[in-house]
Write a protein that binds this ligand. Structure first.
Ligand SMILES: Nc1ncnc2c1ncn2[C@@H]1O[C@H](COP(=O)(O)OP(=O)(O)OP(=O)(O)O)[C@@H](O)[C@H]1O
Ligand SMILES: [Mg+2]
Length: 314
């Protein structure tokens, strides 16, 4: 549905995007991650025809954004970083205005207004002035405005930024619900949000793509050999340690603490699937296992590793 081919953009001496290519299939929700200044907003503004690229091409539904911008814009709903809302207009009045700008004619306009107010949970607020709404409700008005012409593609730039955890959860659910029928690119700095909402993730840093894949692929790719934590009861740490070493599961055995007849170890395993073998070893040795847990890499750790200069260069 969206094809981005070798996109580049400079602002004076600043390289905002360099050779960025990716595709988003119909129905996918793509998460755009990257530190401040990575180029996320720039890419979104190019895809939505707000600024031209210097090099490369973007196609939305097969249409080139540089040649067919009017048709492309019709297919897209764009929620900018800070949605330009008219603070002295009522919610319903404003959405009606946006609908007319989008050339939606009555009676369809009235029907779309009802739907947007319903879907975005704005019923109680529909006659309030936008300027008097809380940030979360303003964001809902922004989303309603993005959706009013029923676009196939949604480009959402940090849709949950600045919201409290409850509002974040509500907006996230809303996006999930809408997302069943749409193709979405959303940028965010909230990593658990990506794991909850996105089918695929792209991490960009300094204008370049540094990783892409499903959230699971990204975390398991950087996992490496599994590290397992185990706690053993009913045996002395001094007996458990050599038994772990002799098991051949891994040479990296580290006693973390021994307390009240329990010993906790970290084990760097060579086997890809060490849990079953550790469990059998414990049974043979007569140990009681009270913990057997694999260390998992979070998306946050992947993100930090890929986007901090010190480690990226080492
Ligand atoms: N209109 C502009 N004029 C000059 N420089 C710009 C302009 N827009 C963006 N830039 C620069 O391009 C780079 C990418 O900016 P962009 O806004 O795309 O980053 P971002 O990933 O959206 O960051 P954030 O997470 O802070 O929103 C930055 O170095 C920024 O300063
Ligand atoms: Mg931005």
């Amino acid at each position: 549905m969206i094809e981005v081919v070798s996109l580049s953009k400079r602002f004076g001496a600043t390289v905002a995007l360099e050779d960025v290519s990716f595709q988003v299939a119909a129905g996918e929700v793509l998460g755009f991650l990257g530190p401040n200044g990575a180029g996320k907003t720039t890419a979104m503004r190019i895809i939505t025809c707000y600024i031209p690229q210097d090099g490369g091409a973007v196609r939305v539904g097969g249409l080139d954004t540089a040649e067919r911008s009017v048709e492309v814009r019709r297919k897209i709903g764009y929620l900018p970083e800070s949605a330009p809302l008219y603070h002295d207009m009522g919610v319903r009045e404003y959405l009606g205005f946006v609908g007319r700008v989008r050339r939606i004619e009555p009676p369809l306009l009235g029907q779309r207004l009802e739907e947007m107010i319903e879907i975005c949970g704005l019923k109680r607020m529909q006659h309030r002035l936008i300027g008097t709404l809380s940030k979360g409700y303003r964001q809902r008005v922004g989303l309603a405005q993005t959706l009013i012409h029923d676009p196939e593609v949604l480009i959402l730039d940090e849709p949950t930024s600045g919201l409290d955890p409850n509002q974040i959860a509500e907006i996230r659910d809303l996006i999930k619900r809408i997302g069943r029928e749409k193709t979405i690119i959303l940028s965010t700095h909230i990593l658990p949000e990506v794991e909850a909402t996105c089918s695929r993730v792209i991490i960009i840093n300094e204008g370049r793509i540094v990783a892409s894949g499903t959230p699971r692929e990204l975390t398991s790719r950087s996992q490496g050999a599994p590290r397992v934590y185990l706690t053993v009861e009913g045996a002395a740490a001094a007996d458990v340690e050599p038994a772990l070493r002799e098991s051949g599961l891994g040479q990296e055995v580290r006693l973390i603490e021994a307390l009240d007849g329990r010993a906790r170890f970290a084990l760097g395993c060579e086997a890809a699937d060490p849990e079953a073998q550790l469990f059998r070893l414990a049974v043979r040795q007569g140990w009681t296992l009270t913990e057997l847990k694999r260390e998992t890499v979070s998306l946050e750790q992947v993100f930090t590793r890929l986007t901090t200069r010190e480690t990226a260069e080492s």
